[in-house]
Every structure is written in C-alpha cells, then in structure tokens.
Write a protein that binds this ligand. Structure first.
Ligand code: GLC
Length: 426
C-alpha cells in the first residue's frame, strides 16, 4: 500500500516515480483493480481520471501527460494535432490494451446494488464510445483490431513487434548508425537508461526506430485511417485482441446491469471478434500468433500473449488444454519463477530484458484468470502462489528475472503492488 500511496499524484497513480511520471491507460486499470479492495473511492477516481483524456472520437489515449517540461519523446507522442484530441490535457495519440471495461466491471463487483448501477451508468457512455472507436478505426475485414505502434500492445519490445519493425521500418541511416555504434548517442537523451541498467531496457536502435515510427504517425496527425492506408507498421496483436474480446464481454455485462441496450452494430461487431481470434491460430506449431497487416502473414515469434487466448475466454476447451500444457514445458514457459514474457527457447530470450524474457505481474494475473476460467484451478493456484512468493521475496519491481527471481526495471511499481493485493484478496 505504501507503493500506491507514494505513486499517487493528484487524482491518479503514476506507474513509478521518476521514470514513469504520467498516467498510463492499462497501468491505471490494473492499479484500480487492486485498489478496489482497500479504497473503492480512490479506485473509482483512478478510472474516472482516465476519462478526462478521452478524445472526441472515443479513443482512450495510452498516456495522459503530467504538466512539466516535455522531452523529445513526449513531444513526438503528443496527439494535439488531431482535431478530436481533448482540451485542457495533453495526451498521446495512441491507445493501449483496452482493459478499461474489465476494470470498471471489477470495481462494480465490490459495490452494493445502487452504487453499482450508478457507477455502470456513468462509465457506460465512455466505454461504448471507446469500443466503437476501436471498431471504426482499427478493425477491418478480419474482425481483429490492429495496433499501429508497438507501444499500443503494452509489451513494447516483444519479439514479434521488434522483428516487424526491423523488417519494414528500419531506415538505411539507422543501419549505418547501428553498425558504427552511433546509436550509443541516444543514451544521452534517454530517460530510462539514466536510471536503469541498459541491459534491462530496449536497445537504443530499437528506441530510435520506435521514435521514427512515431514521427511518421504524427506526420499523419495520429489519424488511424490515414496511417492504415499505407502503414509502416500494422499488427493484429494477439494480446491486444484477447484483452479486447474479454473487455467486450465486460461491456455487455455492464450494459445489462445498467439496463441499457448496446447499439446493434456494436453487438454484431462483438460477435464477429469472438470468432475472429481463430484466424490467429497456427495448427502446425500449436500456437496463436500476431499477424502482420503488411505481409498478411502470422509473425511466428511467440511471447507471453500465446497464453492470453485463455483470458479471452472464447477458445475451445481442447485448445485451452493445449495452451495450459505450454506452462509445463521447461523449454517454453516453465522457468523457476514463471511466467517469462518470452518462451525460454526463443532466440530473443534474455532473462533481464524488458518484454523479452522477464516475468511481469500483470501478465501473470491475466494468465491466472484465464486458467481459472477454463477450470485449471490447481495450475492457477500454483501460479498465484508463486507470483505472491516472487513479490514477497524480491519487492515491487516492474519485472523479474524468471530464473533467479531478482527484481529488474523500476522499483515501487504500481501495478505490481496493486495486482499482488488483488491476488491476495481473491
Ligand atoms: C512501459 C510498458 C507499458 C507500460 C508503461 C508504463 O512502456 O511497456 O506496458 O504501460 O511502461 O508503466
């Protein structure tokens, strides 16, 4: 609780002091899910304060920037060029995994009937317009949502995202910079590597490529339709879609509870997405993958998202069994302190490096929920026990080495603290 106390700024919680000084979308959702057990009013405010950043077209931005001097990375991400960006707050022009409906629903579960109805009624218009925005701006023929920048997946440097960037968005000058080690210059302007060991973060070359992609999206004023017409990066991200499908289910429940009928078109779209996940399945490897909208092919670089179809709740019990078995293989996800963000046999695997190997508490939380959902209670309880033990042994870090359990990244990280509370209380 002291972590959530010291990271509390104004009406919201920053992910970690210093390194993450703004409000992030899925971070605040996870934080509110934990806070609901100890301070429901603060949990509500956490979600309400996310809505102050909502765009006129419904988008929930991935960052609402705090006041203060903006660095280059922030300047490139600021979405004010778009006609629908909000007045009075500066936000990014991208979104993040749509956890908001799930968070609203989970908060509602901690309220008495009357309070819950009014909470649901208040949040519903925001959630409807957000989900409608995703359908209108990001979902095409396939029924799956596209992300236009790796930051939108929430798992910034996961192998499938990095390999896609390297394939289609790696300009010649970056190749020159990389081979002559000029990318080291980036460390002078990076906020993260001033505070944390570079081996625990994205490489500078990747960081530069990401900023370059951001510059291109900004050149299109963060207009998704314009970006998707000739994309330099467009991925039907597995994790994002699993979370979206589950959030749709929460949205339906919230609307039911509030006595409100969802727009017909939205209901149709929700049904379409449930079926669409199947398009990401690859029978040969027995895995779901993300798909590149540039090549039209699955990007066969697995990461922790391979387990999130369990959380989506829309796969068959036979597939769920196959996914649950991945957790039992040492060559894949069974490390001493599971679940690694990348399978141990992946050429990308590095136990210290951000989304390329370490164990994260938010993804453990999603996997535990998914296992429970398909009746793998024993496995879910085992993972829950291990997760709590990990945090108890090492502290509230951003992520953890999956072999020795040592903490890495930022310390006093909000969602680690909040989701540990949630695991302890459930
Ligand atoms: C990093 C993570 C992202 C998170 C943000 C703030 O960018 O990759 O998932 O939302 O930090 O904690």
């Amino acid at each position: 609780m002291s972590v959530l106390g010291s990271n509390h700024h104004a009406a919201w919680t920053v992910p970690a002091e210093g390194i993450y000084p703004h409000q992030w979308l899925w971070d605040s959702c996870f934080t509110a899910i934990g806070l609901r057990h100890i301070d429901i009013e603060r949990a509500k405010t956490e979600i309400e304060s996310l809505m102050r950043g909502q765009w006129g077209n419904g988008m929930l931005p991935h960052i609402i920037f705090s006041e203060g001097k903006a660095d280059l990375a922030q300047k490139l991400q600021e979405g004010w060029l778009h006609p629908h960006s909000p007045q009075g707050v500066i936000t990014s022009g991208l979104t993040q995994p749509p956890m908001a409906a799930e968070a609203v629903y989970r908060l509602g579960q901690r309220m008495k009937l009357v309070e819950r109805h009014s909470w649901h009624k208040k949040m519903l218009p925001h959630l409807i317009s957000y989900h409608q925005w995703i359908y209108a701006e990001r979902v095409g023929e396939s029924g799956l949502a596209a992300v236009i920048h790796p930051y939108e997946s929430g798992m910034d440097n996961a192998p499938h995202l990095v390999s896609e960037i390297r394939r289609y968005n790696w300009p010649w000058w970056l190749k020159v910079m990389e081979s002559s080690r000029l990318t080291l210059l980036a460390s002078y302007v990076r906020r993260d590597t001033k505070r944390l060991p570079p081996g625990q973060r994205m490489s500078s070359a990747e960081g530069i490529a990401y900023l370059n992609l951001m510059r291109r999206i900004r050149g299109k004023t963060f207009d998704s339709q314009a970006v998707l017409k000739r994309p330099h990066f467009a991925v039907e991200d597995l994790g994002f879609n699993c979370i979206f499908i589950r959030a749709n289910e929460a949205l339906v429940e919230i609307a039911k509870d509030a006595g409100h009928e969802l727009p017909e078109k939205l209901v149709e779209n929700i049904a379409r997405s449930k079926k669409a996940l199947d398009g990401l399945w690859n029978e040969e490897s027995g895995l779901y993958f993300s798909r590149s909208l540039i090549s039209g092919q699955l990007i066969k670089e697995p990461n922790i998202a391979a387990l999130l179809p369990l959380y989506s709740g829309v796969i068959s019990s036979e597939r769920a069994l196959r996914l649950s078995e991945l957790l039992k293989k040492r060559s894949l996800f069974k490390t001493s302190w599971p679940v690694p963000s990348v399978p141990a046999d992946s050429p990308f695997f590095n136990p210290q490096k951000y989304w390329q190997g370490p164990t994260w508490i938010n993804t453990n939380w999603l996997v535990i929920d998914g296992l429970n959902r398909y009746g793998y209670t024993e496995e879910a309880n085992e993972l829950k026990k291990k997760t709590i033990e990990l945090v108890d042994k090492s502290g509230f870090y951003e992520y953890f080495n999956p072999h020795n359990g040592l903490g890495a990244g930022a310390s006093n990280f909000s969602w680690t603290a909040a989701l540990t509370i949630d695991l302890l209380k459930n």
